[in-house]
Design a protein around this ligand. Structure first.
Ligand SMILES: Cc1cc2nc3c(=O)[nH]c(=O)nc-3n(C[C@H](O)[C@H](O)[C@H](O)COP(=O)(O)OP(=O)(O)OC[C@H]3O[C@@H](n4cnc5c(N)ncnc54)[C@H](O)[C@@H]3O)c2cc1C
Length: 411
């Protein structure tokens, strides 16, 4: 261990999922220099998935959803600079500038700046009691409003909107979802899954309006009135908007790094500047399993990319090859998704999607198995995840036979 290594500085920007993992993995891999994590929120990294689920519907505090307790960072000698924003990267001098006027030197810089909500640019979007949902502060705002509310309108029928609807129904609120596309979840799943989730939400008492754009939000006494382009009006005590996210790539772009739909990174998560890495929602990266470039919004991706970065800095060249996977919890339903279904042209459904609450949907392109969506079917999820991760194929005829053991479908 040379004194040069000990004086090496790594700066991580964003106290995020990826930041938490990379800081600890760096130490586990033997890095002995200085690690500083700079985040613009006031908390050490916390889990985001519970924000629209049990953190919104229950009594959990931020301490309950921390990824690692603060003491872990102290023990690993990771310096935390919270409530601090990095404003610029000066690549020529290898420094970052913070909003409190500090200039900090780095040898390696890791950008884990994630994504921010896409704003719905309609009149009334900024009214009090109109919320977005990305961080703990957003959810605490919604929670404070729930106790004196009866009705909520959710604009956007993606996973965040649907999970929020389920969490609000759990607390007895009347909920209306307004979705601009012809069906909920249109961007991410097959029509059959959209129909399933529509049925479930209707069974649970949610009203779903599809194919209609919200055009304005007005104050109406103590309530809010959401108007649509078709002239419909819906009253609510508060409104939650969930129409997607955009990557926080400006810091990288302003520093001259290559960006597109994210910060472009290679298989080791290095940007176009080899001393600057990126991990998590902010990256535009190549996935060898699907042979295409992607930007993923998922915790497993943030975690795996963070490990790739830590390995590379510690001298272990282990390219990122992880299979994308996701999950969503709504009511008593646990959806687990392995792989990417976007290019599919055929699905095979195992189980009762029309009236049940447990089944799986296998996606194929021709004979190529692409992905599985498993609802309350953890075995099918695990099966699909293993097969896809190993690059194996499965016989459609056996998948289609509900009596057959899936294991016998592996070719
Ligand atoms: C409500 C909700 C539910 C979700 N549910 C699921 C789920 O069920 N399953 C799943 O896999 N994924 C889920 N996700 C997605 C998942 O949370 C993200 O993929 C994950 O948080 C990405 O982590 P990240 O490390 O890329 O960065 P993020 O978690 O986005 O964190 C980035 C951090 O960087 C900070 N930052 C940005 N710019 C700067 C700067 N210049 N200076 C300092 N700090 C900065 C941001 O404020 C933020 O704190 C959900 C997300 C949300 C919001």
């Amino acid at each position: 261990m040379s004194s040069e290594t000990q004086s090496e500085n790594i700066i991580i920007v964003g106290a995020s999922h990826a930041a938490s993992q990379v800081s600890i993995s760096l130490r586990q891999g033997g890095f002995v220099g200085n690690i500083t994590m700079i985040g613009d929120e006031e908390h050490v990294p916390y889990h985001h998935p519970p924000l629209s689920k049990e953190f919104l519907s229950g009594n959990k505090t931020i301490e309950d959803i921390l990824i690692r307790p603060q003491s872990v960072y102290a023990k690993a000698n990771v310096k935390l600079k919270l409530s601090t924003r990095v404003e610029a990267i000066e690549r020529a001098t290898k420094t970052v500038l913070t909003d409190n006027g500090e200039t900090l030197p780095y040898d390696k810089l890791i950008l884990t700046t994630g994504a921010r909500v896409r704003h719905l640019k309609i009149p009334g979007e900024k009214l009090e009691n109109v919320f977005y949902l990305r961080n703990s502060e957003d959810v605490l705002g919604i929670k404070a409003k729930i106790s004196d509310s009866k009705k909520a309108v959710i604009i956007g029928g993606g996973y965040i909107g649907l999970e929020t609807a389920a969490s609000l129904r759990k607390q007895g609120l009347e909920v209306i979802i307004i979705e601009a596309m012809p069906r909920i979840l249109q961007r991410v799943t097959a029509p059959e899954l959209s129909t399933f989730y529509k049925r479930i939400h209707i069974e649970e008492g949610v009203r779903i309006i599809e194919g209609v754009m919200a055009s304005a939000i007005h104050e109406d006494g103590t309530e809010l009135k959401v108007q649509t382009v078709c002239g419909q009006e819906f009253l609510a005590d508060f409104v939650v908007i969930g129409i997607g996210v955009i990557p926080n790539l400006e810091l990288a772009a302003d520093a001259g790094l290559t960006t597109s739909n994210g910060i472009e990174v290679n298989e080791f998560c290095q940007s176009s500047d080899p001393d600057i890495y990126a991990a998590g929602d902010v990256t535009w990266h190549f996935n060898p399993i699907y042979g295409s470039k992607l930007r993923l919004e998922s915790v497993p991706n943030a975690t795996e990319q963070a490990k790739t970065v830590a390995n590379h800095i510690n001298g272990v060249e282990k390219p990122y090859t992880a299979l994308p996977w996701f999950w969503s919890d709504q009511y008593d339903l646990k959806l687990q998704i392995a792989g990417l279904s976007a290019d599919y042209n055929e699905i095979i459904i195992r189980g009762d999607i029309d009236s049940g609450r447990s089944f799986s949907v296998f996606y194929f392109k021709g004979d190529t198995f692409l992905a599985v969506d498993a609802v309350n079917s953890p075995r099918d999820f695990m099966f699909g995840r293993q097969v896809l991760s190993k690059g194996l194929q499965i016989k459609k005829s056996i998948v289609a036979d509900i009596e057959a053991d899936l294991k016998s479908a592996v070719e």
